[in-house]
Ligand binder design. Structure first.
Ligand code: SAM
Length: 407
C-alpha cells in the first residue's frame, strides 16, 4: 500500500467518525445531507499539510485567510455548522441555489444535493477566495458550479430566482437583494447578528416579511463590503479597562458612566442554578429581548484593576441603564451546577441588579428548555404598528423583531 492510499483510508475513517458524531448530536438529521458529507472529501478543500485530525474535527473551522490586521476573513466552515445549515436549507434535487461566501467544499455539497437538474452559484467578494474555490471545485469534478466574484449584498447577475439562498458569512443586516432574488416559496438561511448574538436563521417569506423556521447558535467571519457593520465599544469611565460592546447602537451617553466606577459594587445571587452543560441560547436571547440596555462586557486582562470581577474576562452578558451598568456572573453550586448572580455599579445599581435578577428568574420559570424565539425581518420602511414582536431592532435595510412563541 502506498502512503497516498493509507492517507485516503485514514481520511475516510475520520470523515465517517465525524459524521457519526454529528448524527448523534442531532446536527445532521437527513439521509441526504449525511450521504453528501460522507461522499465529498473535506481534506481536498482544506489547505495542504493540515493534520487530518484537524480537518475532521467536527467543531472547528479551518481558517484560510487572515487580514493584515489579524482579522479572520475566510475559512472552510466547521463541519457541525455546515451540517446543520444544510439541514436548515432543506435542499431538493433540481433547485437553483445561491451560496454567499465561497470556500469550495460547501458548494460541492450543494452541487451533490441539487443533482444534475439543479444549479449552484457561489459568490465571494474576495477574488483570492473565488480563484481558490473555482480551482478546487474543478479539480474535484464540480465544474457545473458557477463561481462569481462580487459583493453579494447586491443582486447577483444571471442568477434568476433562487430556491435557496445560503449565506455562509456573518450578516448584521438583510439587504433587499436577498429577498428580491428569492422564490416566494424559497428559503433564506443566514447567520444573523442581533444585539451581539449570532444565530443561523432559516427564514421563509410570509407576505411582506421573513419569518424564522429555525435558529441555531453559530459564529462566522463578518460580511465585508456595502453591508459591513462594526459594533460600538463604550469604554467605561474613558479607561481601556472595561469595554461594553453594543451591536445596534449605544443607548446612553458614554460620559454617563464616568462616576459608576467610584460607587461600591453590589453583588447579588439569584438562586437560579444552571447545569454546566445546559445550553444558554434561550437565556442569552431572553436577556436580549427583555433588558433594554443589553450589551456584552469584556475586560482587558492587562489593565484589569478589579473594579469589576466577571466570571470570564472576555465575555459577560451585561446591561446599562442611565448612570449604571451591571453584568452576570456565576459560581459553583454542587458538583454539576452553577448559580447565576449579578454585579452592578453606579447610582442606580440596585435597581439595575433587581431588573436583571427578575429577567433571569423569568427565564428560569418560563423559557428554560423551551423553544427559541421567533425572528422576523421586515423592510426598513415598515411602520411600528405592522411589526409583530417583543423587541424591534433597527438595521439599515431591515427591521428585525424578536418574540417568544406562545407557550
Ligand atoms: C466562512 S467563509 C465561507 C465558507 C464556505 N462557504 C465553505 O465552503 O466553508 C465566508 C466568506 O464570505 C466572504 N464574504 C464576506 N463578505 C462578503 C460579501 N459582501 N459578499 C460575498 N462574500 C463575502 C469572505 O470573503 C469569506 O470568504
Amino acid at each position: 500500500m502506498t502512503d497516498m492510499t493509507t492517507n485516503a483510508d485514514e481520511a475516510t475513517r475520520l470523515r465517517n467518525e465525524m459524521i457519526d458524531e454529528l448524527r448523534n448530536q442531532g446536527d445532521i438529521t437527513s439521509p441526504e445531507v449525511e450521504a453528501v458529507m460522507r461522499k465529498v472529501p473535506r481534506d481536498r478543500f482544506t489547505p495542504p499539510g493540515l493534520a487530518l485530525a484537524e480537518v475532521y474535527d467536527p467543531w472547528s473551522a479551518v481558517i484560510t485567510k487572515t487580514s493584515a490586521h489579524g482579522v479572520q476573513t475566510s475559512s472552510v466552515s466547521a463541519p457541525q455548522v455546515q451540517g446543520f445549515m444544510l439541514e436548515q436549507a432543506k435542499i431538493k434535487p433540481g433547485m437553483n441555489v445561491l451560496e454567499i461566501g465561497s470556500g469550495g467544499l460547501n458548494a460541492a455539497y450543494l452541487a451533490e444535493l441539487v443533482g444534475p437538474e439543479g444549479s449552484v452559484t457561489t459568490v465571494d467578494i474576495d477574488p483570492e477566495v473565488t480563484e481558490r474555490a473555482e480551482r478546487l471545485l474543478l479539480e474535484n469534478g464540480y465544474d457545473r458550479v458557477r463561481v462569481v466574484t462580487a459583493d453579494a449584498a447586491e443582486p447577483v447577475p444571471g442568477l434568476g430566482v433562487a430556491d435557496v439562498i445560503l449565506v455562509t458569512v456573518g450578516a448584521w443586516d438583510i439587504p433587499p437583494a436577498w429577498t428580491h432574488q428569492l422564490n416566494p416559496q424559497g428559503r433564506l438561511v443566514v447567520p444573523l447578528r442581533t444585539r451581539g448574538l449570532t444565530r443561523s436563521v432559516a427564514f421563509v417569506l410570509d407576505g411582506d416579511h421573513l419569518e424564522s423556521e429555525s435558529a441555531k447558535v453559530c459564529g462566522f467571519v463578518p460580511m465585508q463590503g456595502a453591508t459591513e457593520h462594526h459594533e460600538q465599544l463604550l469604554l467605561v469611565a474613558g479607561t481601556e479597562e472595561i469595554g461594553l460592546r453594543f451591536d445596534d447602537g449605544v443607548p446612553i451617553k458614554p460620559s454617563q458612566l464616568d462616576d459608576a466606577v467610584t460607587t461600591p459594587r453590589i453583588e447579588t445571587w439569584t438562586g437560579v442554578t444552571i447545569g454546566r452543560r445546559e445550553p444558554l441560547a434561550t437565556l442569552q436571547m431572553h436577556l436580549a429581548i427583555t433588558v433594554p440596555g443589553f450589551c456584552i462586557m469584556s475586560v482587558d486582562a492587562e489593565k484589569d484593576s478589579g473594579i469589576v470581577a466577571p466570571t470570564k474576562l472576555g465575555f459577560s452578558l451585561a446591561a446599562v441603564s442611565d448612570d449604571s451598568f451591571a453584568y452576570l456572573v456565576h459560581r459553583p453550586s454542587g458538583d454539576t451546577d452553577v448559580e447565576y448572580g449579578v454585579h452592578a455599579l453606579g447610582r442606580h445599581a440596585q435597581q439595575l441588579a433587581d431588573n436583571l435578577t427578575e429577567s433571569l428568574r423569568d427565564w428560569a420559570a418560563h423559557r428554560r428548555g423551551g423553544p427559541v424565539p421567533v425572528i422576523r425581518a421586515y423592510p426598513a420602511s415598515t411602520p411600528d404598528d405592522q411589526i409583530v414582536g417583543d423587541r424591534v431592532i433597527d438595521k439599515v435595510h431591515s427591521r428585525i423583531s424578536l418574540s417568544w412563541p406562545a407557550v
